[in-house]
Write a protein that binds this ligand. Structure first.
Ligand SMILES: [Ca+2]
Length: 587
């Protein structure tokens, strides 16, 4: 059998297919844009609620109403997080009486705000004489001796206080400054809380992170005109003219930003390396000291249009700068062998991870593994999951809400299997070549002109029974011809036998007898348009009965049957199908 691919897929067909693919892509882009637009009320990224079902859920009686999913993404440059069992964390907590300070704080954000304010008021601002240790307890000792240090160390003490409470933060070197961001489990984003300038930034009621401020600063070098408010947390700030709450921000600090990929300095102390004169010296630009004097790794934010960064690596994708923490990425799969349950897999990027927790419907939160079976009940089903760290602090919960309608799976039983017009008598009396074929009746299936047989249709030449049989005459090259019945109902999980009479214009002519599952279009679902079974048979010059047996799947409720020929001329007559037994479902 030799023919070129080009012959089957004609140029015209190619163009049509290409046009359809383009339209489908365009529509999906538009749909995605609409969906993303609709998701804006939800704070944070990676969370969105789909407005429609896009896969097979509906075929299993499952209709999603809400799905808020987190991300387990890990950044390009690994971040070294503070261990939870570091004894100095407890010492720091006691020394600064943190428990008392955050008592009754209504939110995590308020907890962070109180700590930043307390640290802000610990000392006045001054350049250090030598490069201080990156240890809050050592810094507090120096403060007790009358030292005053600059911004880096207010952020550092705040960072280690937050670590004592299980909140992760990071120092953000920016323009002539070190700022501080913490991972907000409430907002699911990195948020600036600056313990030195004693403020944070807010737009449309949502606190902002350094990357957002950087983007607002790209045109003019500062955030002026961006509608960002500067919220002061300290009435005794170093800039008394700015004590008014909620003034429009104009800071140039965030025109370029980096983050330090560690917050574990208590457990893994940073050793200053002397550079130049004995004991080293400090540059007025404090962020160069980290990199040049200590080799401390910075990760810079870079985007097209920026000059290269020479002192440290850069990232250009948002998730590598603003990688999420403590979220749960949920994967829901339907088990292959049963309905009414979902196989749940959980993943997370939680530093010092302790356990996942789940809350099913109205039950209490309970620890759970990373994989479990979610048994569905009729009606609304609700699953919430969250990740807990070793300090007992939780990330933002993920959520799936769905409606389960098992009655949609219960197809009514069929008493007798019926192929419409199995002996071609109705078709033969009404039409010659099936051009006016109806959905219930026989049809030839081919995809373009080159597959079209030389002749197909009902004829009166020597039928097996009655007045008519069906004739398929292939040309040369003999591209296959496929004769198919209309779709008809069957019972799922049943054993059936299909029989058909065939003859050919030569001995040993090859044909395939098939049963094809077409359940996907029906209300009860199914795998859809997959051949349940077929068998190749050798057809001779005399009428002979051929049969194939099949076990239908648990979700097959509609099938088509037929014959596919590959050479010469074949006559077909008298299909019949019987149900031998119902196997029942395996559960
Ligand atoms: Ca007949």
């Amino acid at each position: 059998m030799s023919f070129s691919v080009k012959k089957i897929f004609s140029e015209k067909l190619f163009k049509e297919v290409a046009a359809i693919i383009f339209l489908v892509c365009l529509l999906s882009v538009i749909q995605t844009a609409i969906l993303l637009g609709q998701s804006s009320p939800r704070v944070g990224y990676e969370y969105w609620i789909p407005s429609s079902e896009t896969d097979s859920a509906g075929q299993h009686g499952i209709h999603f109403k809400e799905f808020a999913n987190g991300s387990a993404y890990e950044p390009k440059y690994p971040f070294s997080f503070q261990r939870w069992d570091e004894p100095q964390l407890g010492e720091l907590k006691q020394r600064l009486n943190l428990e008392e300070l955050i008592k009754d704080a209504p939110t995590e954000f308020e907890t962070v705000r109180r700590i930043a304010l307390m640290v802000c008021n610990l000392w006045a601002h001054s350049s250090p004489v030598t490069y201080p240790s990156w240890n809050a307890l050592a810094i507090l000792d120096e403060i007790d001796r009358g030292q005053q240090l600059w911004c880096t160390y207010k952020q550092l003490v705040t960072m280690q206080c937050l670590a004592a409470l299980g909140i992760h933060s990071r120092i953000v070197p920016c323009h002539w400054h070190h700022s501080l961001e913490f991972w907000s489990n409430e907002y699911s984003k990195w948020v600036v809380m600056d313990a030195w300038t004693a403020n944070f930034y807010r737009k449309d009621g949502i606190p902002l992170g350094a990357l957002e401020l950087c983007r607002f600063s790209r045109k003019t070098g500062d955030v002026k005109g961006s509608g960002v408010y500067e919220i002061n947390i300290n009435p005794n700030r170093w800039k008394p003219d700015r004590t008014q709450d909620s003034v429009l921000a104009d800071t140039p600090c965030y025109q370029y930003i980096r983050y330090i990929a560690r917050n574990d300095f208590l457990s893994a102390p940073l050793e200053p390396k002397p550079a130049g004169p004995k004991g080293g010296y400090l540059q007025p630009n404090n962020q160069l000291n980290d990199v040049l004097q200590t080799g401390l790794l910075h990760i810079a934010w870079w985007e097209p249009g920026d000059a290269p960064t020479l002192v440290c690596p850069a990232v250009r994708y948002e998730q590598d700068f603003n990688f999420p923490l403590n979220e749960v990425e949920i994967a829901l799969r339907r088990p292959a062998d049963r309905e009414g349950a979902l196989d749940v897999s959980l993943a997370t990027h939680t530093p010092e991870f302790d356990s996942f927790y789940r809350k099913v419907d109205q039950e209490d939160w309970a620890p759970c593994g990373s994989r479990f079976l979610w048994e569905l009940k009729k009606g609304e089903n609700r699953l919430e999951v969250k990740s807990g760290n070793k300090w007992g602090r939780f990330g933002k919960p993920g959520l799936a809400v769905l409606e389960y309608s098992p009655e949609e799976l219960e197809a009514p039983l069929v008493e007798r299997l019926e192929i419409t017009d199995p002996g071609f008598e109705i078709t033969g009396s009404k039409m010659k070549d099936l051009k006016s074929s109806t959905a219930e009746a026989w049809r030839m299936i081919y995809t373009d002109h080159y597959q079209k047989p030389v002749f197909y249709g009902t004829v009166t030449e020597n039928p097996h029974s009655g007045k008519y049989c069906f004739k398929i005459e292939l040309g040369d090259p003999p591209v296959w011809g496929k004769l198919s019945s209309g779709r008809f109902r069957v019972n799922p999980a049943a054993d059936v036998t299909l029989r058909v009479w065939l003859r050919a214009d030569r001995q040993e002519s090859e044909a395939a007898v098939f049963i094809s599952d077409v359940s996907s279009a029906g209300p009860y679902g199914g795998p859809g348009r997959q051949a349940v079974t077929h068998d190749w048979v050798r057809v001779g010059r005399e009428w002979k009965r051929y049969e194939i047996k099949a076990r239908l799947t648990a979700r097959t409720i509609e099938i088509m049957v037929g014959v596919q020929t590959t050479a010469g001329t074949v006559w077909v007559d008298d299909f019949s199908i019987t149900e031998d037994r119902r196997t029942g479902l395996p559960w």
